[in-house]
Design a protein around this ligand. Structure first.
Ligand SMILES: *Cc1c(COP(=O)(O)O)cnc(C)c1O
Length: 338
């Protein structure tokens, strides 16, 4: 039923499916795990890949079904989501308007000019700026103003809203990802104790959890908070689960008891890596040659490594959601342990 409902939703394929489920034996030996597998959603083919590719498929599908010829989206300066939107629009002939919000205090020149910003421009997106980074409704309202201007010129704009009250179409990409990963685990005869995912907007965490439980998988899913503390994130994920049920016109598949969160690696704040995150970035690069970012994957892997050290001989999967390009917006001291 879940799979049938998911297939009814408009979707535009953008990437190579399935992504690899990679064994990480050097990391497991170093940390004392029985096995660590990494689900490589960073390797999915569209302009450096990442979790936003899966999410964008459903927004682009909806936009094209509505006859849109321009797409508007808002995000942090080093947002992977807006870069993915620029890539999807380039490939499918839509004009892309990106609004960049100031979410990081005292950004460096590299943060504002390199990494994803460079790619946004290379992919031909039109950039707009929004001075605050914590006003989701304000950011959406400003997109409406830009959209009005485009309509006046005869365009048909489609808005990817930021505020969580809007239907989380992107989460459907992670309902699908959970089904994909479950199949891979069956094929390869893999069982794990916990799966680690990042928890930001909640499209990835909420979608994954919904899909995972929806097909009867009872393995715990741990979300590592990247944007706000666990007490604020918990109701957000619960709301996401309900919204996903509404979108699919199904009873909810996952509930508040299924939502597990840690915010131990959030500090010093969004987009900034603390010591344990820098250590996770270095270890993963030096043991497996897999690159993490300080915003999302570094915090997710740090949470997973803590769990492994506390639970020797465990088996885990970590979802690698991409984000590589943003590292070029940072300095050496921001990413490499002293
Ligand atoms: C956006 C992003 C996340 C967080 O995903 P949400 O769906 O917003 O929770 C994690 N990792 C990377 C690399 C991202 O770009």
């Amino acid at each position: 039923m879940l799979i049938e409902k998911l297939c009814e939703k408009p979707r535009k394929h953008l990437w190579h499916q399935p992504t690899p489920l990679e064994h990480a034996p050097n990391l497991a030996a170093e940390l004392g795990a029985a096995n660590i597998w990494i689900k490589r959603d960073d390797c999915n083919g569209l302009a450096f890949g990442g979790n936003k590719v899966r999410q964008m498929e459903y927004y682009l599908g909806d936009a094209l079904a509505q006859g849109a010829d321009a797409l508007l989206i808002t995000g942090a300066v080093q947002s992977n989501f807006v870069r993915t939107a620029a890539a999807a629009c380039a490939k499918h002939g839509l004009q892309c308007h990106i609004q960049l919000e100031n979410r990081v205090s005292k950004p460096s020149e590299a943060y504002e000019q390199s990494g994803n910003v460079l790619l946004d421009k290379m992919l031909g997106a039109i950039l707009h700026y929004f001075p605050v980074g914590e006003d989701e409704e304000g950011a959406d309202r400003n997109l409406e103003v830009i959209a009005d201007g485009l309509r006046a010129k005869g365009r048909k704009p489609y808005i990817v809203h930021l505020h969580p009250s809007h239907p989380p179409l992107g989460a459907l990409g992670y309902v699908d990802a959970a089904i994909e990963l479950s199949h891979q685990m069956q094929e390869q005869d893999i069982n794990v104790d916990t799966v680690f995912v990042p928890s930001g907007s909640g499209n990835t965490h909420g979608g994954f959890l919904y899909g995972w439980r929806g097909i009867g998988n009872e393995t715990p899913v741990m979300g590592s908070c990247v944007r706000r503390g666990a007490s604020l994130q918990q109701p957000r994920i619960e709301a996401r689960l309900e919204q996903i049920g509404d979108l699919l016109q199904l009873e909810s598949a996952a509930y508040s008891k299924d939502v597990h969160l840690t915010d131990e690696f959030l500090a010093p704040g969004y987009g900034v890596a603390g010591p344990a995150v820098k250590e996770a970035i270095a270890l993963t690069a030096q043991k497996e040659a897999i690159i993490l970012d300080p915003v999302y994957t570094g915090k997710t892997f740090a949470a997973a490594f803590k769990y492994v050290r506390d639970n020797p001989d465990c088996n885990i999967i970590i979802l690698h959601t991409g984000g590589g390009p943003s590292i070029f917006g940072y300095g050496i001291g921001d990413l490499i342990p002293k």
